[in-house]
Design a protein around this ligand. Structure first.
Ligand code: NAG
Length: 398
């Protein structure tokens, strides 16, 4: 079992590496010129089902492509990829710059969305030196197109022919093709007759024609700003969907040498070359006393005053404590004091009451005479509630 498995794995690796080697494609690109590579689904269909073609049957599977620079997660900066739908072809396109010269190895992973098979191929794009100078460039806006519809070679040719007629020269090259969405354009409604729009930039070494130069006339600019339409529109289009918007077309003349940016004027603090820096002896002395007063003393005095006020309020002006007894400011002493005074008050109140004594406290009989006395008829002489214990003696005094 293990032998079988490892053998199968080995075979897979062999086939995969064979396919990897087999699938290297070499293409060239030029600095400053548009590069387009079409990823054809039909070709990859054959890679997925190599023997189906022998029977004259070809499937039409949906496929998606994943493209990245080898060993990197994304594409090189100058290269872009687009595929509208899994039943459409994909396109790698872009304009390499001077710094992109050399080999660009692009890994293309194809995923068959029906069988979920994957297939990988490598595309080696060699970016070469610029073929020619193109000092005259112009950009045209084609409103009725989408980027994928413009990138196929046949459509590019149609557009080129139209512009050749406007320019009056055959020596035109594509410099850039950009979806209007990449330029801040809006996604159109998903309805027929609504398109994203495409910017097409072309260049040549031939000067602009009369027709193109009218794009720079003040009258053209004024009319475009006012009504969005120019009376000097000389655009031509053989296919209506390739027609350009004349007001959105612009000339980019690069024939005049660019002025170098103005040399910065050096300020006074720059040391002359080979000069000697002589630092000042010592910095001028400074009086820190006012700063000290303001930052240390004043806050300290304020804090002290606040502290004193707080102490006075906390200790001497407590709510409920009167100035009556300054020697016993303690709250416990105060409680003790109130208990005492309340007791005194109760005692004096008890002394002044005029209700009869409870029976249990009264003597019921005279011990000497043996006479019983009705308790309630006993007159009381004193207010203090003091009852003489020996009644007989008191009666004798009467
Ligand atoms: C081509 O167009 C893209 C998108 O607008 C832009 O990022 C890129 O710089 C352009 N390249 C050249 C060479 O003009």
């Amino acid at each position: 079992m293990a032998d079988k498995g490892s053998c199968g794995f080995f075979l897979t690796v062999c086939v995969a590496s064979f396919l990897m080697v087999h699938a290297d494609f070499l293409v060239d690109a030029r600095v400053g010129q548009l590069f387009v590579y079409e990823l054809e689904r039909e070709k990859f269909q054959f890679e997925f089902e190599p023997f189906l073609k022998l029977y004259g049957r070809v499937n039409n599977d949906p496929m998606v492509f994943k493209c990245n620079k080898q060993y990197f997660p994304d594409l090189p900066r100058w290269l872009r990829f687009t595929q509208r739908h899994s039943f459409d072809n994909g396109f790698l396109y872009g304009t390499p710059l001077e710094e992109d010269q050399g080999k660009n190895v692009i890994e293309i992973t194809v995923i068959n969305k029906r069988s979920y098979d994957t297939f990988r191929e490598r595309l080696v794009i060699t970016v070469q030196t610029p073929g020619k100078r193109m000092p005259y460039q112009a950009e045209f806006f084609i409103p009725l197109r989408e980027i994928e519809k413009v990138l196929p070679t046949t459509v590019q040719e149609d557009i080129k022919q139209d512009i050749q007629r406007m320019w009056g020269t055959e020596h035109l090259d594509f410099i850039n093709i950009t979806s209007a969405l990449d330029r801040g354009g809006r996604v159109p409604l998903p309805l027929p007759g609504h398109f994203e729009g495409v910017y097409v930039k072309m260049g040549t070494d031939q000067p602009f024609s009369e027709c193109l130069l009218s794009l720079q006339s003040p009258q053209h600019l004024r009319q475009c700003e006012a009504v969005g339409k120019s009376s000097r529109d000389c655009s031509v289009c053989s296919v209506s969907s390739n027609c350009v918007t004349w007001c959105k077309s612009t000339l980019i003349p690069l024939s005049r040498p660019e002025l170098p940016p103005p040399v910065p004027t050096p300020g006074s603090g720059i040391l002359a070359v080979g000069g000697f820096y002589d630092p000042p002896e010592s910095s001028p002395s400074r009086d820190f006393f006012p700063d000290y007063i303001v930052t240390v003393i004043v806050p300290l005095v304020l804090a002290l005053i606040l502290c004193l006020i707080l102490t006075y309020i906390m200790c001497c002006r407590r709510e409920g404590v009167e100035k009556r007894d300054a020697k016993t400011p303690d709250i416990q002493l105060y409680h003790h004091h109130t208990i005492l005074s309340n007791t005194d008050e109760l005692r004096s109140m008890a002394g002044g009451r005029r209700v009869p004594q409870p029976l249990s406290t009264l003597p019921m009989f005279n011990a000497h005479t043996g006479e019983r006395m009705p308790p309630l008829q006993r007159p009381f002489r004193s207010d203090s509630g003091h009852i003489p214990l020996i009644m007989a003696q008191e009666e004798t005094k009467h």
